[in-house]
Design a protein around this ligand. Structure first.
Ligand code: ADP
Ligand code: ADP
Length: 231
């Protein structure tokens, strides 16, 4: 990931909001980064840009070798489906699809994966989050922690270059939060690149590197000297 001089301005009701101001950021394959900062500082905006859900008003963004400037909506979606896995605070599972179907769904939007390959990718992902025994269950039959593990499986199933997590433990009690956080640790140890927005300083320390945003600017970008041991 390479962001150079990224700006994002929102225009609404004659009001200009400079959500991001000259953001420069490089994320190397295999890094685990946390993004912190007060409410309204630009964390979600940054995650939306990284995930190609929205476009910058200035600057350059390169993702896994793709220069993302000037792409059509369809081109962005194609790159997003292949390169990005999302984990949301609210899980965002589809309630009338089974666990396996939820995980399979994003893969069906890709034209480079056969049905047979899809099945084995779903099985691999279920195994990584230890939810094989729940493949045919529905989200309502699972605890919040289990739902988030399924959401993580959905995010990793397509072997994305980058996993984007937005407050992944925000809706979980401390026990389930710990399970999801150690799952992210495991994925990181297996080589995943993770970028996680969090309010929780303890969670932030699980990452190797912390970025702090204030008023649309990166004000801290540091390697965490003590990771995990504290958390
Ligand atoms: P955070 O995730 O850190 O709470 P956001 O990225 O959501 O912050 O918001 C950054 C700033 O951009 C805030 O001032 C917010 O009000 C503004 N903003 C975010 N999205 C929009 C939008 N769609 N339209 C107008 N302003 C927005
Ligand atoms: P919030 O705390 O953000 O209001 P909710 O608890 O209302 O979140 O729902 C969080 C998300 O999880 C929603 O997107 C909802 O569709 C999904 N969700 C909640 N419960 C279930 C369920 N039983 N089955 C499937 N999806 C669910």
């Amino acid at each position: 990931v390479q962001l150079i001089g990224i700006n994002k301005v929102f225009y609404a009701d004659d009001l200009e909001t400079h959500a991001l101001n000259d953001v420069n950021l490089q994320i190397t394959k295999g890094e685990y980064i946390s993004i912190t900062g007060p409410s309204g500082c630009g964390k979600s905006t940054l995650l939306s840009l990284l995930g190609l859900l929205d476009t910058a008003t200035g600057g350059e963004y390169t993702l896994a070798g793709h220069n993302t400037h000037g792409l059509s909506r369809e081109e962005r979606a194609a790159i997003r489906n292949k390169e990005i896995g999302f984990v949301f605070q609210a899980f965002n599972l589809i309630s009338d699809l089974s666990v396996a179907e939820n995980i399979e769904l994003p893969l069906t939007y890709r034209n480079d994966i056969s049905k047979a390959l899809r099945q084995s990718m779903v099985e691999d992902a279920l195994q990584k989050v230890d939810m094989q025994h729940r493949a045919n269950h529905y989200p309502s039959q699972l605890s919040g922690g289990q739902q988030q593990r399924v959401a993580v499986a959905r995010a990793i199933a397509g072997n994305p270059s980058l996993i984007l997590a937005d407050e992944p433990t925000g809706n979980l009690d401390s026990k389930n939060a710990a399970v999801v956080m150690s799952l992210l640790d495991q994925l990181h140890q297996q080589g995943a690149t993770i970028c996680m927005v969090t309010h929780d300083p303890k969670s932030a320390l699980r990452a190797q590197r912390t970025i702090e945003i204030f008023d649309g600017k990166i004000v801290v970008d540091q390697i965490n000297e003590v990771t995990q041991a504290i958390a």
